[in-house]
Design a protein around this ligand. Structure first.
Ligand SMILES: Cc1cc2nc3c(=O)[nH]c(=O)nc-3n(C[C@H](O)[C@H](O)[C@H](O)COP(=O)(O)OP(=O)(O)OC[C@H]3O[C@@H](n4cnc5c(N)ncnc54)[C@H](O)[C@@H]3O)c2cc1C
Length: 627
């Protein structure tokens, strides 16, 4: 396996420089995955068109990533290796990821760090000037590179600089404030997109020889999540409806350390990075309903439940385990804060041992963010945290070349079903996004385009473009024409609550079946009582939101059906019917060692279900234990 990617790369076909100049590629998304792919493909000589709905590529959601990015450099000499990173990811994902892809992600991780460092990303350095590392959940080594609590922002700035260099060279055309509304497939191949200019409302056609989606995750299906409010799953959903299969849609990671819901008016939740669990200790009072402030509760009256239940990994157990443990304590009546739906993350010991300055150096901006939102200083009082929807392991199904089931349509970064199985380990997403964008897709797209060198520029006058543009406009007109009484946000909030209650941290057959009925009822109400003020030919954010939420109503059903189908518990997918006596997730390897792959068959028809069997040749399937 260690040689598989090298051998595969050597077998992929090339395109000569003169031909590259004649080929167009669309990249949708400018996060770590999209900016990496676009700048690298442009450097190779292709003509690249890049789309993002933000006003600048620098605002892609990757900017929010806080804690770090993994690589198997073994700088700490603590026994790390490419194999160990691969093994940790396979185990962390509860043995529901493809071995070869995960190994490759671990392998290219080292190139990613070198590349970003060469671009000038200011990773933290130790006293001697070498790149520093810290730990993240589910591992026993320190392999996470970081830039304070702004790793995503710094990496994105590096990626953005390289992208803008290509814009200056004329090899990249940047289309900001454009939202892809649909994919155009001509003779079975992806040939372009239809996008809405969010400023003028104009619907535009764009063509290319290949299309790459780097559109991020769909965690906002819960409405409240750690993602930016505009993050959405529409691009992947539209690709699904045009023939790209969707894999493991119900695998959504719930992050254990978000600032909890404080009132009914919040539109998003703010993450407190997992890196904080390097030094912060998680606890609840030993006495039920104890309403004293954290610092008032003496040591002997505290239950450090993660250290108690999982001594081998302690506070650094993986996210799914930490989230369920927090929910269990709160459900049992030990939760803190007004709602009782939060637990403490306490830095008192770390500050005493290392000093305030050391803690400030590592987490200063996170502490500041926490204080701005809650009015409490984590230097003086423990933080209060609770799990929140965060990362989607599910996404568009891709082969080893990261191509979807539509020839010429690729999916990279969080938008594909990725290398994280049923649960992603912290700091492995940036690693995968950048690896996909810089070090995998340039080879595999080139292989695909080797067959396209005789294909002239794709005309946007083709009937397929015309038909899809018409469909997109009609959908917008239909939504605007409803003229009911309720806002998009009110529907999104209600849909999110259904998903959180029945397809969130815990799932069971009865709840999921109930959710399917509730989603149908709410969707009916949406399509008859939605109110969108304003017009279609202007900046109108209600239209943007309505298009995304309309897609979420459809996607929500696929998520519930997928969760119903998988009767085992694995990683973040916890089926209450399948748990051990101690309340841990119980896998069923005999029946569920597969990727669930769904094929769209029409709006009123059940999607067709396919299985990709997972074969483990290099790792033995074991019960996942962090005790
Ligand atoms: C708060 C937070 C903290 C995190 N911290 C870490 C961390 O420390 N380490 C780590 O490894 N991971 C972290 N993650 C996860 C990681 O940040 C993301 O998984 C990753 O950045 C996704 O990158 P991406 O390139 O796939 O997509 P994104 O960065 O999400 O970019 C999506 C792009 O697609 C564009 N787009 C989407 N839909 C459309 C459309 N229809 N039309 C046009 N453009 C579209 C957007 O404009 C944007 O440019 C964190 C996530 C969150 C939410």
């Amino acid at each position: 396996m260690a040689e598989k990617w090298t051998k595969h790369k050597n077998s992929l076909r090339l395109v000569n420089p003169a031909n590259k100049n004649k080929l167009d590629i669309i990249v949708v998304g400018t996060g770590l995955a999209g900016s990496g792919a676009a700048s690298t493909l442009a450097e190779l000589g292709y003509n690249v068109k890049v789309f993002s709905y933000q006003d600048t590529p620098r605002r892609a959601h990757s900017v929010a990533a806080q804690g770090g990015i993994n690589a198997a450099k073994n700088y700490k000499n603590d026994g790390d290796s490419v194999y160990r990173l691969f093994y940790d990811m396979i185990k962390g994902g509860d043995y529901r990821a493809r071995e070869a892809n995960v190994y490759r992600a671990a392998e290219v991780s080292n190139q990613v760090i070198d590349h970003y460092t060469a671009m000038g990303v200011p990773f933290a350095r130790d006293y001697g000037g070498l790149l520093d590392n810290r730990s993240f959940g589910g591992v026993q080594v320190s392999r996470t590179f970081y830039a304070k609590g702004q790793t995503g922002q710094q990496c994105l700035l590096g990626g953005y600089s390289a992208l803008v260099r290509q814009v200056q060279k004329g090899k990249v055309t940047m289309y900001s404030r454009r939202e892809m509304l649909d994919l155009v497939v001509v003779d079975g191949k992806a040939r372009g997109i239809v996008a809405r200019n969010l400023v003028t409302g104009e619907v535009e056609r764009h063509s290319a020889h290949a299309v790459i989606l780097a559109t991020g995750g769909y965690g906002t299906i819960y409405y409240l999540s750690t993602l930016a409010v505009n993050s959405n799953g529409s691009a992947a959903w539209k690709a699904y409806k045009r023939g790209a299969m969707f894999a493991n849609p119900s695998f959504i990671q719930i992050h254990p350390t978000s600032i909890p819901v404080l009132n009914d008016y919040q539109c998003k939740l703010t993450l407190m990075s997992e890196s904080l669990r390097n030094d912060g200790r998680v606890w609840v009072p030993k006495k039920k309903g104890d309403k004293r402030f954290g610092f008032e509760i003496p040591e002997e009256e505290r239950d450090y439940y993660l250290e108690r239940r999982y001594p081998a990994y302690g506070n650094l157990v993986p996210r799914d385990v930490a989230s369920r443990a927090a929910k269990e304590r709160c459900d049992a009546g030990y939760g803190v804060g007004e709602t009782g739906l939060s637990v403490f993350l306490d830095f008192k010991d770390a500050i005493e041992k290392q000093g305030k300055k050391a803690i400030e150096d590592k987490y200063g901006n996170l502490f500041e963010m926490y204080e701005k939102i809650t009015g409490e200083s984590p230097y003086e009082r423990p933080m209060r945290i609770y799990p929140a929807g965060h990362y989607t392991m599910g996404g568009l199904w891709v082969d080893y070349n990261l191509m979807t089931t539509i020839p010429g349509l690729f999916a990279i970064g969080e938008s594909n079903f990725s290398d994280h199985g049923a649960n992603r380990l912290g700091a492995s997403s940036l690693m995968q996004c950048a690896g996909d964008g810089y070090f995998i897709i340039p080879y595999t797209v080139t292989d695909y385009l080797a067959d396209e060198i005789r294909t002239p520029k794709i005309s946007t006058d083709l009937p397929e473009f015309e038909a899809i543009e018409k469909e997109a406009k009609e959908r917008i007109d239909k939504l605007v024409g409803i003229q009911g009484k309720q806002t998009v946000t009110s529907f999104h909030k209600r849909l999110g609550k259904i998903m959180w209650d029945y397809c969130g941290m815990h799932r069971n057959e009865q709840g999921l079946t109930k959710a399917l009925g509730l989603i149908d009822e709410l969707a009916k109400e949406f399509w008859s009582d939605l109110l969108i003020p304003g017009d279609t030919d202007e900046l109108n954010q209600e239209i943007e939101k309505a298009c995304r939420v309309a897609d979420y109503f459809e996607m929500a059903k696929l998520l519930c059906n997928d969760a119903l189908n998988r009767k085992e518990s694995c990683g973040a997918h916890f089926r209450e019917e399948s748990q051990t006596e101690t309340g841990e997730a119980k896998r069923d390897d005999a029946n569920y060692t597969y990727v669930s792959v769904w094929e769209y068959k029409g709006d009123n028809t059940q999607p067709e279900f396919h299985k990709e069997e997972l074969k483990f040749e290099f790792v033995e399937l074991q019960e996942r234990s962090y005790k």
